[in-house]
Design a protein around this ligand. Structure first.
Ligand SMILES: N[C@@H](CCC(=O)N[C@@H](CS)C(=O)NCC(=O)O)C(=O)O
Length: 234
């Protein structure tokens, strides 16, 4: 049986199955990337709910795994060399799981880098910009009288959706016929922007053709549907 006692996070979120990969998360657009990935690849894992609305990601136990205080994070008891590995940042976790299992990442080196390019595009642009739209359109920022911040993030998000629209013209998935971690990284964010954030009209989503079809195609995958609800909110 794996010994995870070196990971202080297991004191607050004890592992019932220490031989399984431990997931610390909440079903947000960043959190669901990892739960969808885990559901897709079929690796046994144990999900733990970290309630960020109660600041649980800022507890010493969580910070011991991710000093940046954000979900998602994992501990894999069977990391490189058979040793336990702790990891944070959803993009790094997606790449790690793809490498570990040989799934959802093209083998061809050039196509692998192309996939990574789109994962980084999500991490560096789509996530941060859509997140700001959420803040200024739906959450506390909507009370701010000066609408320039909202307009700035709206315009940039529309531009980013345009980049995706062009990429998906003639392609089923970001990497063509191959469904990859690039799609997994992006699906939850586009869904959230037009769903939970209520920004469908704001970003003129219905003027797009290829992005909505791709989103529906992604949401139709059973593993995506399951992953969107893991860990279950209390
Ligand atoms: N770049 C990070 C971002 C993670 C992130 O922003 N997580 C949010 C939830 S979507 C969070 O934990 N927020 C809690 C807080 O800031 O208090 C990743 O992709 O893992």
């Amino acid at each position: 049986m794996a010994d995870l006692s070196a990971f202080a996070i297991t004191q607050r979120w004890p592992a019932a199955h220490p031989d399984r990969l431990q997931l610390y998360s909440l079903p947000t657009p960043n959190g669901v990337k990892v739960s969808i990935m885990l559901e897709e690849i079929g690796l046994p894992y144990e999900p733990h709910l970290v309630d960020i609305t109660k600041n649980e990601s800022w507890t010493p136990e969580f910070l011991s795994l991710n000093p940046n205080g954000k979900i998602p994070a994992i501990v894999d008891p069977d990391g490189p060399g058979g040793k336990p590995l702790g990891l944070f940042e959803s993009g790094a976790i997606l790449v790690y799981l793809a490498d570990k299992t040989g799934k959802l990442m093209p083998n061809d080196p050039a196509r692998r880098y192309e996939t990574l390019q789109w994962v980084f595009f999500q991490m560096a642009a789509v996530g941060p910009m859509f997140g700001q739209v959420g803040y200024f359109h739906k959450f506390a920022g909507r009370e701010i009288e000066d609408k320039r911040p909202l307009e700035r993030y709206r315009d940039e998000s529309k531009r980013l959706l345009g980049v995706l629209e062009t990429r998906l013209d003639g392609r089923s998935w970001i990497m063509g016929d191959d469904y990859t971690i690039a799609d997994i990284s992006l699906l939850g964010w586009v869904r959230n922007l037009v769903g939970f954030y209520g920004a469908r009209e704001l970003v003129a989503y219905d003027t797009l053709k290829h992005v909505p079809v791709w989103l529906e195609r992604g949401l139709a995958r059973p593993a995506v549907q399951r992953g969107l609800d893991i860990p279950k909110r209390s």
